[in-house]
Design a protein around this ligand. Structure first.
Ligand code: GLU
Length: 318
């Protein structure tokens, strides 16, 4: 098994993404698989290069390790460009000059996916005119992958169960090359996973619909997709994914408050049904006997305070 830890240095690690990384690591380590660390520093406008080092330190502090890396996406821009050129040469992508607002107002059926409204294909339908405008107007387009009509992508998610997406209805033509240049998250992650021999992916379930996009890119690159497991994100008391407004749950801040790595891992383990009590534990000591299927699927709620030792988990444990 070849797995990966793929943090984006858009913020420092907090209890939510730390839990996903711990599970990803245990899932691979428990079958004596290999892990690579990949820093996704091309993933979105909020990337802060100054956080790369801290992200790596946070993972190490938790007690996680890896066999290869850190591999840094920004070192591989040539490779992404060559895949993008192949996609263009095979006419699988088209330029799009729609603004975010255009997309929102043109989406006749207000069908909203994980990346905003499903793109209605405006620029694909007016391709000649769009190319003319790009030539004369000095516009820089983004490039979208044209998803096949009437195609379902289905897979058996190792954690979330059977999944099926209708590409045209649920996903739409998605961006592979950004307006400002450079690969989208979807392109970079698929190219990396293929090139780096990744055959098992465990990550937060906010990325579950992205499988449908990445599978198309895997196919284009001539590889069978990896096994996928998507685990629920930790949420705050309001049910929304953990964020700053839920209090400071960054590992750096917990460390500053005197929490040890083993106490933090103990909380993550207890939340994840890997321990019946809330007590400090080393990540390494959780490897033996780890089975993803024993991790409860229930939502994990951070109430704002470090839980008391005696309380039974609200998130289902054992
Ligand atoms: N870099 C992404 C993130 O931190 C994860 C990408 C992936 O696992 O595919 O959200």
């Amino acid at each position: 098994m070849q797995g990966r830890l793929a943090p984006s240095p858009t913020g420092v690690l907090h209890l939510g993404n730390a839990r996903s990384f711990l599970l990803a690591w245990l899932d691979v380590r428990s079958v004596k698989g290999q892990i690579l660390l990949r820093v996704e520093d091309l993933d979105g406008p909020r990337v802060r290069p100054d956080l790369i080092e801290q992200t790596i330190e946070d993972l190490k502090w938790l007690g996680l390790d890896w066999d290869e890396g850190p591999l840094i996406q920004s070192d591989r821009e040539k490779r992404y460009l060559s895949v993008f050129d192949d996609l263009r040469n095979k006419d699988l992508v088209y330029p799009c000059i729609c603004s975010r607002r255009d997309v929102e107002s043109a989406a006749a059926a207000p069908h909203t996916g994980d990346e905003g409204p499903v793109y209605p294909g405006t620029c694909q339908d007016n391709r000649a005119e769009v190319e003319e405008r790009i030539r004369h107007g000095n516009l820089s387009p983004c490039w979208r992958f044209r998803v096949p009509k009437e195609r379902q992508v289905a897979w058996d998610d190792r954690f979330a169960g059977a999944q099926s997406f209708d590409l045209a209805r649920d996903i739409g033509d998605f961006v592979v090359w950004k307006r400002e240049g450079g690969p989208s998250y979807q392109l970079a992650v698929a190219v990396d996973d293929v090139d780096q021999g990744v055959d098992t992916v465990l990550r937060g379930d906010d990325l579950l619909p992205s499988v449908a996009r990445q599978v198309l890119l895997w196919e284009f690159l001539g590889q069978a997709p990896p096994l996928f497991a998507h685990v629920p994100l930790v949420v705050g008391a309001d049910g929304k994914r953990l964020a700053k407004r839920h209090g400071d749950t960054t590992l750096a801040s917990l460390r500053g408050q005197g929490k040890s790595a083993n106490e933090v891992v103990g909380l993550l383990a207890w939340w994840s049904g890997l321990a019946t009590n809330l007590k400090p534990v080393q990540a390494h000591d959780l490897i033996e006997g780890f089975q993803l299927k024993n991790v409860p699927a229930k939502t994990i709620v951070w109430s704002g305070d470090w839980p008391e030792h005696e309380k039974t988990p609200t998130s289902g444990g054992g």
